[in-house]
Design a protein around this ligand. Structure first.
Ligand SMILES: Cc1cc2nc3c(=O)[nH]c(=O)nc-3n(C[C@H](O)[C@H](O)[C@H](O)COP(=O)(O)OP(=O)(O)OC[C@H]3O[C@@H](n4cnc5c(N)ncnc54)[C@H](O)[C@@H]3O)c2cc1C
Length: 414
């Protein structure tokens, strides 16, 4: 296929939008076509379970690249249409409306979809997944003050939704199947902190709560647990993780293994196809292994790398993972992954029930591996660099809250 076909981007999410804008910033003047199955131009998902659910921002304020900017940049946007097949031999993509779109180079940025609850009744109209603007619109329409919301899943999305729902006047129950919330991403002490905060705010938070079934005919009225309890529900929100959208890549014969396999330049196993964002599995220099991440920084930074690769620049993707979550007045910021740590110290007092800010530093063999910071922006910002370089520090030297963190770093290095 000739170069005139240009670059086609599958998926108009955070990563797809980033590739498109970055291509123009880098001076690419060829044709760029972005295809998305949602009707919206690329938008930021993080506010969905935060400010957007709370009604504090409009859908337009979520748009990363508004339609006018896309038009100005001459990026063709085909929205509300699903791509159904990639024909690598003839270098074209089939759409569900029968169209075929040729490409010179292809970008797979298909992200992921919310994991549905594998239970009878999960398709009732008052059971909601939470991934898109449209999902939140539906949840908000049912979020009447006094309504009983049961959230299944005590991960970031479930907990953020709980915090907003309380503010909207709902009665909120959170059910987490594991013995503690946020179990996959942090230590028991931090989980206990968030559990306390939510309970104090008024959430009925139950851990080790195994959902056995949903009850109700037209609408779900109760959620049953394996311990025999029966919880009344006017609406049920399911936040139990994500399934990467890799089917298109897989059926096209690309190598897929917990995500579309890419190298550090976002290249797939086809030299004419790159991929970026939640749907990819990339080699992480920081971790020393492959990883599939679900975060905005990953989507954006890998999107930039993919755009560079498309125009022939060799810019490797070597970022350290980072993430944030907003719940009530708390901003949690995490940099690095704590897996394999052998020591941790806390700057702040987690045993004090009034604590609203602290930072946990995780070490391996004396090197800083990762940091979880709650309302400690300076610690987070400065730690990003320290984690990236796996700085060798004296852990105890970081804990003195009376001395500014910046000053302590120099002492801790000594
Ligand atoms: C409620 C919520 C809160 C979040 N909060 C945070 C946060 O605080 N911090 C953080 O870092 N991250 C957060 N995330 C995660 C973050 O939003 C994602 O990591 C990011 O959106 C990934 O971008 P992406 O472009 O890879 O995928 P997506 O944003 O999923 O975009 C992919 C797009 O491709 C479309 N698509 C898929 N298949 C096809 C097809 N065959 N044809 C056409 N289109 C297709 C999808 O429908 C979607 O629109 C949150 C996510 C959610 C849902």
């Amino acid at each position: 296929m000739s170069e005139e076909a240009g670059i086609v981007i599958l998926g108009a999410g955070q990563a797809g939008g980033e590739v498109a804008s970055e291509l123009r910033k880098l001076g690419y003047t060829g044709r760029v076509t972005m295809i998305g199955d949602e009707p919206h131009v690329p938008y930021r998902r993080p506010p969905l379970s935060k400010a957007y659910y709370a009604g504090l921002v409009t859908a337009e304020e979520l748009y990363v690249v508004p339609l006018a900017s896309l038009e100005k940049a001459e990026i063709e946007f085909i929205g509300g249409v699903r791509a159904t097949h990639i024909d690598r031999e003839h270098k074209q993509v089939s759409l569900e409306d029968g169209r075929s779109i040729p490409y010179h180079k292809l970008v797979i940025a298909t992200g992921g979809r919310a994991r549905p609850l594998p239970l009878e009744g999960a398709d009732r109209p008052n059971v909601f997944l939470l991934r898109t603007i449209d999902d939140i619109e539906r949840i908000r329409a049912s979020s009447k003050p006094g309504a009983r919301m049961v959230i299944i899943g005590g991960g970031f999305i479930g907990l953020e939704t709980a915090a907003v729902a309380l503010k909207l006047g709902l009665q909120v129950t959170v059910l987490e199947g594991l013995p503690r919330v946020l179990a996959r991403v942090t230590i028991p002490e931090v989980s206990a902190f968030f559990e306390r905060v939510h309970r104090e705010a008024g959430v009925d938070l139950r851990t080790g709560a195994q959902v056995a079934g949903l009850e109700g005919d037209e609408r779900i009225t109760h959620v049953h647990l394996t311990d025999g309890s029966r919880i009344e529900a006017d609406l049920v929100v399911v936040g139990i993780g994500l399934i990467a959208n890799t089917e298109l890549a897989e059926s096209a014969g690309l190598v897929v293994n917990n995500g579309v396999i890419v190298d550090e330049y976002a290249c797939t196993s086809d030299p004419d196809i790159v991929a970026a964002g939640d749907c990819t599995n990339h080699p992480s220099q920081y971790l020393g292994r492959r990883v599939r991440l679900e975060s905005v920084p990953n989507a954006m930074e890998q999107g930039k790398v993919a755009a560079n690769t498309l125009i022939g620049n060799k810019v490797p993707y070597h970022s350290v993972p980072w993430f944030w979550s907003d719940q009530y007045d708390l901003k949690l910021q995490m940099v690095g992954l704590s897996e394999g740590f052998d020591e941790f110290v806390v700057r702040g007092d987690l045993s004090d029930p009034n604590t609203r800010s602290f930072a946990v530093f995780y070490f391996k063999d004396g090197h800083l591996l990762s940091v979880d910071a709650v309302n400690k922006p300076q610690e987070f910002m400065l730690s990003k660099k320290l984690v990236a370089e796996r700085a060798r520090l004296n852990p105890q030297a970081l804990t003195n809250e009376k001395v500014p963190f910046k000053t302590l770093i120099a002492e801790a290095r000594a």
